[in-house]
Design a protein around this ligand. Structure first.
Ligand code: T46
Length: 132
């Protein structure tokens, strides 16, 4: 199983402002089948609380900032996403929770698979059974 990593995305820009490009397979190491974004998250709310069987995702804060707690059964860590030029490549075997959303946070998520509720492991004991 791959390890989740943070990658830098290049930033283009000139006197008019900034521009960041995401290209399938070049910037993001998988085919992108689905895009969604999380925004308007209320203060103090924690989201996620699951892992996946097969979906790989790239999480990018295109506005504001938030944190992501990761647990792959062997190591636990907290990642700060605070710039549109940083992507967390989130592997299926990482239990994840997103928290500390700033009021202006827009968290863009690029996913390798279409939505399938069966791809979620929402029970922590089941997660340990599958990946521990
Ligand atoms: C993830 C983190 C980073 C859909 O119908 N289609 C979709 O593509 C998605 C993503 C969600 N939904 C429905 C399922 C729920 O009824 O929207 C509702 C909220 O989804 P959920 O509670 O799973 O949201 P989060 O913020 O806990 O997790 C989401 C993604 O679901 C998940 O894949 O890894 O963002």
């Amino acid at each position: 199983m791959n390890k989740s990593t943070v990658i830098d995305i290049n930033q283009l820009g000139d006197e008019r402002g900034l521009l960041t490009v995401i290209e399938e397979k070049l910037t993001i190491p998988f085919e992108i089948l689905r895009v969604f974004y999380i925004y308007g998250t209320k203060e103090g709310v924690r989201r996620g609380f699951h892992a996946h069987y097969k979906t790989r995702q790239a999480l990018i804060c295109v506005s504001g900032n938030c944190k992501v707690y990761l647990d792959n059964t062997k190591r636990k860590e907290d990642i700060l996403l605070d710039t549109p030029t940083k992507a967390l490549i989130l592997e299926p075997n990482d239990w994840h929770e997103m928290y500390d959303f700033s009021p202006d946070c827009v968290l863009l998520v690029l996913a390798s698979h279409l939505y399938d509720a069966e791809d979620y492991i929402r029970d922590y004991n089941k997660f340990i059974e599958v990946y521990g």
